[in-house]
Each structure stands twice: as C-alpha cells, then as structure tokens.
Ligand binder design. Sequence first.
Ligand SMILES: Nc1ncnc2c1ncn2[C@@H]1O[C@H](COP(=O)(O)OP(=O)(O)OP(=O)(O)O)[C@@H](O)[C@H]1O
Ligand SMILES: [Mg+2]
Length: 435
Amino acid sequence: MASQVKNAVEELGEIFDDEATFEASSVDRARPIPRISIQAFCDDQRVAEVLQFAAEDRRLSKTHVSIHMGGIAAAIGHYVDSPTPNLIIVDSALRGSALLPELDKLAESCDAGTKVIVIGRHNDVLLYRELLRRGVSEYLVAPIDPMALMESISNLYNNPDTDPVGHVFAFIGAKGGVGSSTICHNVAWTLSEVLKSNVTIADLDLAFGTTGLDFNQDPVQGIAEALAAPERLDDQLLDRLLTKCSEHLSIFAAPVVLERDYEISPEACDMVIDVVRQNVPFVTVDLPHNWSPWSKRILLQADEVVITATPDLANLRNAKNILDLLKQSRKNDSKPLLVLNMANVPKRQEITLKEFEQALDLKAIAVIDYDCETFSQAANNGQMIEEFNAKCKATEKFRDIAMKMTKRKDMRTEKPAASPLSGLGPLLEKFKLKR
Ligand SMILES: Nc1ncnc2c1ncn2[C@@H]1O[C@H](COP(=O)(O)OP(=O)(O)OP(=O)(O)O)[C@@H](O)[C@H]1O
Ligand SMILES: [Mg+2]
C-alpha cells in the first residue's frame, strides 16, 4: 500500500512539472463582460492572435467576437452596408495624421451606441487625447497584453458605480464527503462577520445540500425556483428567494426534496449566478460532488476555485484532474486554492502535506485537522465553528482561507461572540420544524 501511494505521488508530480503559463497577473481587474458583439479589424497578425487569445477567455465567454484582417480600411468598407456591433476594435499601423481622417470615415457608418477601441503603434498622448475627443473609448498601444485588453473592454461595459459585480468563489470537494460544504459555509460566514461585507451562499447540491441545516434555517423556497425559470429572476424575486441568516449573510438554499427531478442547464446556472453577483460583493457556490455540464461550467467560470481534499490517493488523483482541467481552460487565471481537510487522523495512513503539495505543484492555503468533536457538535447545533468555539484551531484556518481567497493582507481580530447554544437541543428543534 505504502509503495503504491509513493509511486502514484511521484507519477502525478511529474505530470505537473510544466506549469509555467498558469500563474497570471492583474487577473482581478478584468471582470466578466456581458453579452455584446465585438468585431475587430487588424493590421498586424500578432494583434489578431492576442485578440483571439482573449476571445477564448472565460471573461469573454458570453460575447460574440469576430476578427478580420485589413485594419481600418477593411472596417470602413465593411460597415458601409452593415450595421455596427456593440464594440469595434481597430488595429492600425497608421500615424496620427493619417489615422484621424480614416477614423472620421469609420464614424460616419457607426450606429449610436457602438463603441470603438483603437490599437495603434505610437505612444502619443496628444493623439490619445484627440481620439478621446472624437469619441473613441480607448487607445491601446501594441504590443498589447490580453489581460490589459480584457480590462479595457470590461471597464467600458462594467460601470463600477452602477453595476457592482460580485466575486464568485466555487467550492468543490476532490471526493464526496471531504468537508467542502462545511468549509464553504464557514468561510462565507467568516467573510460576512469579519469584513462586514454581504455574502450569499448558493447551494447547488439540490437534493442533499446542507446549507439550511448548517445555518439552522428551513426555507420554503430557494435556488431551485430560480433555476427552473432563470429568465424571471430579478432583484425583487431574488430577495424573496434568499434566506437571511445574519446582517450580512444570506443563503440561496437547496430544496432537498427527492420527489422533484432537477434538470439544470449550464445557461440557467449562468443567468442565476449573474443576478446574484449583481447584488452582493461575494458569492460562494457550494457545488455537489458530481460531474455534469453545469457543474463544470460553474467551475470554469468562477473567479476563484477552492478545492477541498483529504490526504489520500483518490483525493490526490481527483484534485490533480480538476487542476489539469482548470489549467487548460483558464489560461489567464491564477491557480485554484487548495485546502487539505480532515488531516492528521491518528493511526490512518495519510499522504503527507509535502507529498500532496509536490504532486500537485500547488501549496495548500490551509490544513485543517480532523476534529470530530468540534465539527459534529457545531453541525448538530446549526452553528458555524467560530460561533461554537472561537478558540479552536479551525477558526483561525477559516479566517486564513477567507483572507487568502479575497487577497487581503489582514483580517481584523475582533471575534463574534459565541452563541450559548450547545448539546442536541437545537438539532431537535430543527426536526420539530420539519414535521
Ligand atoms: N475537519 C473536520 N473534522 C471532522 N469532521 C469534519 C471536518 N470537516 C468536515 N467534517 C464533517 O464531515 C462531514 C461531511 O462534510 P461536508 O458535508 O461539508 O462534506 P462535502 O464534501 O460537502 O460532502 P458532499 O460530497 O456530500 O457534498 C460533516 O459531518 C462535517 O461536519
Ligand atoms: Mg457538500
């Protein structure tokens, strides 16, 4: 057994040797871009390649992008008898004095509402000002970076004053029952208590989700109603479907009934999460441990992914597969966050932290020990770990995860008061509610 583990760990480690391009910079400034059409006309093949690379990013997955060669002359010719899209990107090697009259010609065919980004070759502030004066939305100088381009587009279509766009954190377990939901709920609660920021937990484990139980709530409606008719979901309906657990935390609870069939489409998930993210700065998505087109979609579209694993071989293999998939599909995103949970169980043979991290080439952001007494009592009380015992080790770990997840250097140290609930009283109350 020990040698089987060792061999597998080494093998997985080799697969992860080549990781160079995975870490990205300035990933947070470019936000997902709404359903707009973008047409680009390039002079330079390299600019076209960067545009193509950006077009494949998750942030542009809802947009419709077409890229043509021929620069501004091709754009002018094209729009003589075609309507203009939401955004035109023109890449031009022309100098300012030659570029401006061409842009004026293009402007003659532009429909109201069409925005234009110009990519030029000259870092010239006078030209930049002149372009803005003529209504160009942004001027970028080649060579351009795909993230900078996405950031510019995102700034045009996500107005920070009117469209708050929340961060989405997807939590997934490398295996079933590894504590992914417990971590999702505790981290969300910590964020809401410590940062005093609004947080919504979306429980997508429709048949078996534990969000209601963990927060001692028994909502009648929740996320299933939104997923069944996502086009009807607006701010008012969302307000009715959410259950408020505390001043800053609400849950979008799972129905947890087995009579219903749950047919969820990736598009419905997208629409529902989009409405939620317009309303709160932090959305934590509690994904069930099953693999479907919609769960994959949420994972690939999230701003950050938190993978929870326990230190055994199956968890290592599955975590590696999830990492591989994310690495392939999210080239401009940082690596997912790894939490090793239920570690250090006496007498259990475990893969060590070092081996686990080496095999994945990923450092765990937190290691949480197996603590049967604390976790079972907190769960039975419908309390978070910090409410149950603010002094236990896991409390600090949840703060660490919340801090790293939101890229904060420091979390304020005041601790919410522990609630007096204990024993099985609240659990029994909960079942009374169900009767
Ligand atoms: N560090 C820990 N020590 C002891 N028990 C834990 C720990 N973390 C979680 N648990 C317990 O493990 C059980 C499973 O946790 P949880 O439901 O969060 O797992 P999950 O990965 O979401 O499972 P599922 O695959 O069903 O979604 C719960 O009873 C929880 O209280
Ligand atoms: Mg779960």
